[in-house]
Design a protein around this ligand. Structure first.
Ligand code: AMP
Length: 219
């Protein structure tokens, strides 16, 4: 099974993606994680990307398209993959479609997580990420014990989770990414899931749409 998980920043994509990956054994391809790894490694691509990321802006299409193309060529994707944070623009969706045609793969389902703006702002304000292992915490709901992650890292707020950057990310999302919802709806691939509720409740709804959309037990 090959799927895309979409939704505005703070919709719970990262948390849902961890559960989907564990349940269905898919390769998790997060462009945000790939870009943050490049920034951390100090590569040329990372240096270029960090200017956009810190400002809450989208990194240019050709940069992320190249990253995804490289990642889809890796062997762990052959049992299925989950794209998280990609595509974010129509040109990226078109590039993905061409890429998949070229390598003889296809998408089974595009899951769109829906959430109100005020819930997004609240969730992101409390979000803490472990810089060592990427685990996600929340300053209100799921505090790291003694300020430390299970791996020993010290979870902190991401630069682009600062309120001004979040506002920019929401503006970018509405302008560039919302049109993707219709794009995939027109292609019969879209499944919408309300992302209010606990991570377990949201995951239940996701499993429901996956089995309904793909036919239970098909894979
Ligand atoms: P995320 O972790 O998915 O929220 O991504 C963090 C940041 O990485 C975004 O705010 C963008 O600056 C950049 N980014 C991630 N994925 C993409 C993408 N598909 N297209 C452009 N920029 C991206």
């Amino acid at each position: 099974m090959n799927l895309i998980i979409m939704g505005p920043p703070g919709a719970g994509k990262g948390t849902a993606a961890e559960r989907i990956k564990a349940a269905y054994g898919l390769a998790h391809i997060s462009t945000g994680d790939l870009l943050r790894a490049a920034v951390k490694a100090g590569t040329e691509l990372g240096l270029k990307a960090s200017v956009y990321m810190d400002a809450g802006k989208l990194v240019p299409d050709e940069v992320v398209i190249g990253l995804v193309e490289g990642r889809l060529g890796e062997p762990d994707t052959s049992n299925g993959f989950m794209l998280d944070g990609f595509p974010r623009t129509i040109p990226q969706a078109e590039a993905l479609s061409e890429m998949l045609d070229r390598i003889g793969r296809r998408l089974d389902i595009v899951i769109n997580l829906r959430i109100d703006d005020d819930v997004i702002i609240r969730r992101i304000a409390g979000r803490l990420i472990c810089p060592s292992c990427g685990a996600i915490y929340n300053a209100d709901l799921n505090r790291p014990a003694d300020g430390l992650c299970k791996c020993g890292g010290r979870p902190a707020r991401r630069k682009d989770d600062e309120p001004e950057a979040v506002k920019m990310r929401l503006v970018a999302y509405k302008a560039q990414s919302e049109p993707l919802i219709d794009w995939y709806r027109q292609r019969g691939l879209l499944a919408e899931v309300e992302s209010a509720g606990t991570p377990a409740e949201v995951f239940d709804k996701i499993s429901g749409v996956i089995s309904k959309h793909s036919g239970a037990g098909k894979w």
